[in-house]
Design a protein around this ligand. Sequence first.
Ligand SMILES: CC(C)(COP(=O)(O)OP(=O)(O)OC[C@H]1O[C@@H](n2cnc3c(N)ncnc32)[C@H](O)[C@@H]1OP(=O)(O)O)[C@@H](O)C(=O)NCCC(=O)NCCS
Length: 218
Amino acid sequence: MSDGPALHDVGMLEQVLAALAPPGVLIACRCVEAGDASHILPDESGTILSRTPSGRDASGAGRLLAHGLLRQLGHPDVAVPRGKAGEPVWPIGVVGSIAHDADIAIAVSARAETVRSVGVDIELATPLPPDLEPIVVTPRDRLGDCDPAIAGKLAFVVKEAAYKASFPLDGEVLGFEDIAVDLPAGIVTLANGRRIEARVSISSHILAVAFVPAAVED
Ligand SMILES: CC(C)(COP(=O)(O)OP(=O)(O)OC[C@H]1O[C@@H](n2cnc3c(N)ncnc32)[C@H](O)[C@@H]1OP(=O)(O)O)[C@@H](O)C(=O)NCCC(=O)NCCS
């Protein structure tokens, strides 16, 4: 866990995300702009249908980042549609993840030899709604020495990043209760026994990167 700077601009966010990502995982960040929906490719558009204009802009910003990362990995002009469960579908041999809110989009991607799977999430470092906290945090979670006011949000972000890393491997939909976080150890353990490494930064935002190293077999 690290105390990062306030993420005032994309440059700072890039630095924080790059420090969290395992070696060889490419990262990209962007402020969501009105009109970013125009970056959604025709092969992606049909999979991103029922969204508000701002939601489509956020998805478009994420797609712009994903396309740029794929270019760097030698896959120019390749679409990243949403799968049936909302997961981004990367070309064969590539893994990655997208997260966004109304203001910021981030994406990570790598060759599958570099990392078996990766997930990211970002949220403002604000308290979770009180009714959500007992759903998200379970007695098995170890969150370390964090501000109790944002402990619930911290667990939420790490669990979402871990879910985004695990779903592409087995298609299993998980609840918060299926995901046990041990932040001091940097490990998330799923109810099915899968272990996922997790790194987190807390500043104005909580940013988490979760990944399964390439060497890990099922
Ligand atoms: C995946 C999920 C956690 C994303 O959370 P979110 O707050 O809606 O949105 P985020 O900004 O964090 O991420 C959105 C991106 O996640 C990615 N995503 C969505 N479903 C995904 C999945 N099943 N696996 C991996 N990535 C997924 C998509 O790229 C999406 O962006 P896009 O719609 O522009 O393509 C959520 O949508 C979901 O599927 N929840 C069901 C399961 C659940 O809630 N379990 C609780 C424990 S995690």
